[in-house]
Design a protein around this ligand. Structure first.
Ligand code: ATP
Length: 362
């Protein structure tokens, strides 16, 4: 997280937000405080309400209920152009008859900013997005990644407090996308604006965000730093949406132990939001299983049979079956020091109570 995001007051505050389109509730009970200067990602499957939330902040839609404040002011009656917010769309709609410089300068010209100031601000912005050398090119003479930089520069040249980015990299291929993510972080750091970024791609969200807002069916499921959301998902949806995990269904038989129907036990050292006797799920990430006991000797373990092995460079994925038939997937690092089991062999798997997340069933 950058330094300003740590200490800053909220720039956007949504309280009790609801948005309906006729009979469709696109957003329900949205309570969200966005910190000044952070990169916040709205993440979730198609139709969960990400774009609607973004359009509400931009002022293209208005709330059906609740309040939306920007910089402490209720903006219910403020049109998009009067909000300190700019939006970059997936299809960036650049002007084909203008060159790069003129595309970036366009908004400032419309506002009547003085010529010398336009020149200075556009040049500075082109430097930040590293397009100074291409300022005289037309849009059809640019690559997809370069077009995206022009779109970013065009939005940022207005010095918005908040930049809204709606799947801005969706039209780019994977390699350029990864490069643009790094660029986006750098540009964010140089401008100090608050970035609100919409994506359904968990990797993008993890790489880019100070915090992730995970959404499902119009509701906010969890708001957290990416690493915290990955390590401590609050429910089954969050556990499954962010990365891969093993889910073991069972009953909370003790205050800290889940037992599956066939008797396999998973003890957790984490906070559990369920009561003894309730149906719950134990979630363990594939990389948190091991074929070796921990040095502290605090591991739990079980005998397994190796059903399948997939080698991917330095890592191997194992499909194993516990003696009761329960299946699990393991990801292990191949370090050459200790031999790994092969298909059909019997082995012992180990895991730690600190890595067992117990999730409520509802
Ligand atoms: P995607 O990732 O596919 O873009 P999203 O998470 O951005 O999806 P939204 O576009 O915000 O989702 O849509 C949320 C819900 O609201 C969906 O059920 C959608 O069909 C509905 N919706 C959005 N805009 C309108 C509209 N103008 N009229 C009616 N329903 C709408």
């Amino acid at each position: 997280m950058n330094a300003s995001a740590k200490i800053a007051a909220p720039i956007i505050d949504i309280s009790g937000g609801r948005k309906s389109f006729g009979a469709v509730d696109a957003l329900t009970n949205i309570n969200l405080s966005i910190r000044d200067g952070e990169i916040l990602t709205l993440l979730g499957p198609s139709g969960c309400g990400k774009t609607t939330l973004m359009r509400l902040i931009a002022g293209f839609e208005s709330l059906s209920a609740g309040s939306l404040k920007i910089d402490g002011k209720d903006v219910a009656n403020l049109p998009p152009e009067q909000r300190p917010v700019n939006m970059v769309f997936q299809r960036y709609a650049l002007f084909p008859h203008l060159d790069v410089f003129e595309n970036v300068a366009f908004g400032l010209k419309v506002k009547g900013v003085e010529k010398s100031e336009i020149k200075q601000r556009v040049s500075a912005m082109l430097k930040i997005v590293q397009l100074e050398a291409l300022s005289g090119r037309y849009i059809h003479e640019l690559s997809g990644g370069q077009c995206q930089r022009v779109a970013l520069a065009r939005a940022l040249v207005n010095r918005p407090r908040v930049l809204l980015l709606d799947e801005p990299l969706a039209a780019l291929d994977l390699k350029i996308r990864q490069h643009m993510l790094v660029e986006m972080k750098r540009i964010h750091a140089e401008t100090g604006a608050t970035f609100i970024y919409v994506t359904h791609d968990q990797d993008e969200a993890m790489i880019l965000s100070d915090r992730v807002v995970l959404m499902e069916r119009g509701r906010i499921v969890q708001v957290d730093r990416p690493e915290d959301m990955y390590a401590r998902p609050q429910n089954l949806f969050a556990a499954k949406f962010l990365g891969e995990t093993n889910i073991f269904e069972g009953t909370l038989v003790d205050k800290d132990t889940v037992e599956t129907a066939s008797g396999q036990r998973f003890k957790s050292a984490l906070d559990i939001k369920a009561n003894k006797g309730e149906r719950v799920f134990a979630s363990i990430r594939p990389e948190l299983f091991s074929f070796q006991a921990s040095a502290q000797g605090a591991s739990q373990s079980a005998a397994v049979t190796i059903c399948d092995v997939t080698f991917i460079g330095s890592r191997s994925f194992y499909e194993v079956a516990f003696n009761d038939g329960t299946r699990a997937r393991l990801q292990v690092q191949r370090n050459g020091r200790s031999p790994l089991p092969a298909i059909s062999e019997n082995a012992q798997v180990f895991w730690e109570a600190e890595n067992v997340v117990v999730l409520p069933s509802a």
